[in-house]
Design a protein around this ligand. Structure first.
Ligand code: SAM
Length: 329
C-alpha cells in the first residue's frame, strides 16, 4: 500500500536535509548571527530511512540543507541512492538543491554517481547585489561556474530558483528574464514565505505572481504553458517561444491540495509540511532498535496526520517550529 494522507494525497516526493550548516547567510533566510542548530546523521541512517520510504512509494528524493554540498561523502550517498528501485522497479529521480558555490568541482562526479537533476538558488543577476543578499563576497562567480559545470556534466535543463523579497531584488526580475534566455536555464521565481530566522516577513514583502508577470511584460510578455498537476511552479515561455520562466506562488496561489511531499531534517525528524508546528522523531525510533516494519508503521501514522494546508496571511497563522534553513527547502 502506497503512502497516502487522510485527504487522499499520495506521498511520492521526499526531501532530505543532510546538513544544517550553510556557507551563505541570505538576508531573507537567516539573521547572519546564527549557525547550525541541529546535528547531522551518518549517511547510512539517511539511506535506511530512504530505503524504507521508497518501499512505501517514494519515487523522488531531493537532497537539501543547509547547504548539501558542504557535506563530505555526498557523492557516495548519491551513488547508494541510485541503487534503490521504486515499486515499479524504476530508478529514483534524484535531485539536489544547492547555492552552487561548490558545484563547479562536484558537478561531474555527482552526475556520474547518478544525480538526475539540480536546482541552483540565485537571488540576483547583478554580482554586487548577489553578494549583498548572500553576505559572502565573490560568490556569484563560483555559482555561475557551478551552473556551467552542471551544463557540461549533462545536468540540463537546470532550474535556477530566485526568492523575491521587496526592497532587495524585485528590480532583478527583468535581468533574470534576460538571463534565462541567454543561458538556457529555467528561472523560477518563488514568493517569499514566513520561514525566515529573523521574522521579517509581512504581506507587503511578498512580490506576487501577478506583479512578476506584469513586470516581466515590460520586457517581453510571458505565455503560460501546461504543467503537471503535482508541479509547484506555474510554467511560462516568452511570447517568441524562447526561454522558460516558472513562478512558485505558495502565498498568492497556494497549491497545498496537490502536495506530494514530506521532509526529513538533518537530525532525522519527519516534517509533513513546511509550516508544521511539530516534527516526528524517526531517528529516535531507529536508535531504539526498531525494525524496518516498525519504521514503516510509524511513517504511515505520521503521514496520515499531514496538515491539510498552510495558513500564511490568515489571523490564525502560527509560525513553523523551524525556519527554512533548519528544515531543508
Ligand atoms: N542551500 C541550498 C540552497 O541555497 O538552495 C538549499 C537550502 S535552501 C534553505 C532551499 C531553498 O529555500 C532556496 O532556494 C532558498 O532560496 C529557499 N528559501 C529560503 N528561505 C525562504 C523563504 N523564507 N521563502 C521562500 N523560499 C525560501
Amino acid at each position: 500500500m502506497h503512502l497516502t494522507d487522510k485527504f487522499g494525497r499520495a506521498i511520492t516526493d521526499l526531501r532530505i536535509s543532510i546538513t544544517d550548516r550553510c556557507n551563505y547567510k541570505c538576508v531573507y533566510c537567516r539573521t547572519g548571527n546564527e549557525g547550525a542548530f541541529y546535528g547531522e546523521l551518518p549517511f547510512a541512517d539517511y539511506l535506511r530511512m530512504a530505503r524504507v520510504l521508497v518501499s512505501l512509494g517514494i519515487r523522488k528524493i531531493r537532497l537539501t540543507g543547509g547547504e548539501p554540498l558542504l557535506r563530505k561523502g555526498i557523492v557516495e550517498f548519491v551513488r547508494e541512492l541510485a541503487q534503490l528501485r521504486t515499486h515499479d522497479g524504476e530508478p529514483l529521480d534524484i535531485a539536489i538543491t544547492t547555492n552552487g558555490h561548490l558545484l563547479a568541482d562536484m558537478a561531474q562526479p555527482i552526475t556520474d554517481a547518478g544525480l538526475n537533476r539540480i536546482t541552483v538558488s540565485m537571488d540576483a543577476v547583478d554580482p554586487d547585489r548577489f553578494a549583498r543578499i548572500t553576505r559572502v563576497p565573490g560568490g556569484c562567480d563560483h555559482m555561475l561556474a557551478g551552473i556551467r559545470a552542471a551544463r557540461r556534466a549533462g545536468l540540463w535543463p537546470l532550474k535556477v530558483n530566485c526568492v523575491l523579497m521587496r526592497g532587495f531584488n524585485e528590480d532583478q526580475i527583468i535581468p533574470f528574464g534576460m538571463f534565462a534566455r541567454e543561458e538556457g536555464v529555467i528561472v523560477r521565481f518563488i514568493e517569499f514565505m514566513p520561514l525566515e530566522e529573523g521574522r521579517v516577513w509581512a504581506p507587503a514583502t511578498v512580490v506576487t505572481l501577478d506583479e512578476i508577470l506584469n513586470r516581466m511584460a515590460e520586457y517581453r510578455p510571458l505565455v503560460e504553458i501546461p504543467r503537471a498537476r503535482s508541479e509547484t511552479a506555474r510554467r511560462y515561455r516568452f511570447d517568441d517561444g524562447v526561454g522558460e520562466i516558472g513562478i512558485i506562488a505558495p502565498v498568492s496561489h497556494p497549491f497545498c491540495g496537490h502536495c506530494s511531499r514530506i521532509r526529513i531534517t538533518s537530525d532525522g525528524k519527519i516534517r509533513t509540511c513546511l509550516f508544521s508546528v511539530w516534527d516526528h522523531d524517526l531517528h529516535e525510533l531507529m536508535r531504539r532498535g526498531a525494525s524496518d516494519d516498525e519504521l514503516a508503521g510509524f511513517i504511515r501514522d505520521v503521514v496520515s496526520k499531514k496538515e491539510e494546508r498552510h495558513h500564511i496571511g490568515e489571523p490564525d497563522f502560527v509560525p513553523a517550529s523551524r525556519t527554512m534553513v533548519h528544515i531543508g527547502g
